[in-house]
Design a protein around this ligand. Structure first.
Ligand code: HEC
Ligand code: HEC
Ligand code: HEC
Length: 404
């Protein structure tokens, strides 16, 4: 009798032990997979305050509707999402509803995350449950009326939000579909890059979006940020290394490369590029040249701009804007010629540099020029946008003031 029990126990163990260790392995794979996807989705960047604990929230995000303060998504049961079930987490990501059933604001890009497969959502959940729990209560959002009334988001969702996982296009190959899945899902590129309607709904056009004071040019226009006409390897380098020839990723896009894209597999970056290259290529509105300025005023601005350029910019960007070892070309640079001049103005006032990545470990930087006033910057920007073959609108001091 005893022998039979012992045999049964031994048999049980031999069956159970490998199963148990296999379960542990699967879990680790799941967590690693979830970590990778959460990199692609850049959850950490919004859900971590500057200098704060990872995923503990508290970062402030300024928008047209007011300031959002991101919540804590660590596994702390009281101040984080430790007590959310897998089902509740799926509902948040796929349907924009919190554990208590109330609607999420699209400031958390669930409008893109809805396309992530359930399997991948579960992996992200598994990963987030494995990070260090941090007890941290964050203040509420500071939103204007009526955005401050959360239940109204339900109406917004009914009008503008379509839930649904990504469906592969059988006409396209696996790489294209993988790229589309990432761009439109986890990597939520259009959340920054798409034009917004009055109620914050995304639109596809030759105009881009605004984020953190910057302009995110349209990916649906090769004269903006579109990659339609690019060499595939150059486009991969831009997204992975943050720099390709005269093109650099700056401001919030530098952060996207630094925090997210540089950590992805090359195959995934290439897949995104292949998808992006097939997006429709809309033509932006033609520039109006002097933008209503008199010829005399325009000539004055060019003269003033040219003088500042020679004193302050030429050493790095070249006599004719052709670029040097230290900095890219401004002549023929589409980022300089965008109809929306915001980024050029910000670069001059704040300076900046491409992110440091494996492919571009020591990027050169541009110093800020805080002593230039609105009229100086307007003249300088007008000069570099209308010289050396560049053809973009003149920029007035009022426009410069508006970017402050
Ligand atoms: C662009 C910034 C941004 C990104 C990227 C982002 N979030 Fe959020 N998230 C927010 C904001 C803002 C809120 C608050 C929304 C609200 O109050 O309705 C939020 C809310 C949440 C909530 C609800 C928490 C609660 O207590 O109500 C969860 C869960 C969440 N995010 C998970 C994620 C995950 C997982 C990712 C990555 C896959 C992610 N977020 C990426 C900005 C972001
Ligand atoms: C947080 C907002 C944000 C997100 C998310 C974002 N971008 Fe950007 N992107 C920007 C901004 C702002 C710029 C303009 C600054 C610049 O040129 O680097 C930009 C510029 C670009 C450019 C043009 C660079 C050049 O030199 O012409 C490309 C291409 C691009 N983004 C692709 C992407 C792709 C692909 C994704 C998704 C994987 C993405 N972006 C996600 C904000 C964002
Ligand atoms: C010390 C060298 C240096 C000086 C001086 C300098 N820049 Fe730059 N500039 C850079 C670097 C580096 C970048 C980042 C892009 C790159 O690596 O090419 C940059 C980027 C820019 C961009 C953004 C280009 C793009 O692709 O989006 C503009 C516009 C610009 N500079 C204009 C100016 C103007 C105008 C001045 C004079 C007020 C100036 N720069 C002075 C080094 C410099």
């Amino acid at each position: 009798m005893q022998q039979r029990i012992l045999a049964a126990i031994l048999l049980g163990l031999t069956v159970l032990l490998p199963a148990l260790s296999a379960a542990a392995e699967v879990d680790e794979d799941l967590i690693a997979h979830g970590e990778y996807l959460s990199r692609a989705a850049n959850c950490i960047s919004c859900h971590t305050a500057r200098g704060g604990e990872d995923f503990a929230g508290g970062r402030r995000l300024g928008t047209d509707f007011g300031t959002f303060v991101t919540p804590n998504i660590t596994p702390d049961p009281e101040t984080g999402i430790g007590d959310w079930t897998r089902e509740q987490f799926r509902t948040a990501m796929h349907h924009g509803r919190r554990a208590d059933g109330s609607p999420l604001y699209p400031a958390c890009p669930y409008t893109s995350f809805t396309r992530i497969s359930t399997e991948d959502i579960d992996a992200i959940h598994g990963y987030l449950q494995s990070v260090t729990a941090v007890r941290q209560e964050n203040p509420g959002h500071n939103l204007g009326f009526p955005a401050s009334v959360r239940p109204l988001q339900r109406i917004w969702q009914r009008l503008y939000f379509e839930a649904g996982e990504f469906e592969a296009d059988p006409e396209q190959d696996d790489s294209w579909n993988r790229g589309a899945y990432l761009v439109r899902g986890a990597a939520h590129c259009m959340v920054c890059h798409a034009e917004r309607g009055r109620f914050g709904e995304e639109r596809e056009s030759a105009v881009g979006g605004h984020v953190q004071g910057w302009y995110a040019p349209s990916l649906h226009a090769s004269r903006e940020a579109g990659l339609q006409n690019w060499d595939e390897d150059d486009a991969v380098a831009l997204l992975w290394a943050g720099k390709a020839g005269d093109h650099a990723t700056l401001g919030p896009m530098g952060d996207v490369v630094y925090d997210s894209l540089q950590h992805l597999d090359e195959d995934d970056i290439r897949a995104m590029v292949r998808y992006l290259q097939t997006l429709p290529d809309h033509e932006p509105e033609r520039p109006r040249g002097q933008a209503g300025m008199s010829q005399a005023r325009y000539d004055d601005m060019l003269a003033r701009g040219s003088e500042i350029y020679e004193n302050r910019c030429m050493d790095c960007h070249g006599r004719s804007g052709e670029g040097t070892e230290a900095a890219g070309a401004l002549a023929g640079n589409r980022s300089v010629m965008l109809n929306d001049p915001t980024n050029v103005i910000l670069m001059i006032r704040q300076g900046g540099y491409a992110p440091s990545t494996a492919g571009n470990p020591r990027p050169f930087g541009m110093p800020p020029f805080p002593d230039l006033d609105n009229a100086d910057i307007a003249a300088l920007v007008t000069y570099i946008r209308g010289n050396w073959g560049n053809t973009a609108d003149a920029v007035s001091p009022t426009t410069v003031e508006r970017t402050r």
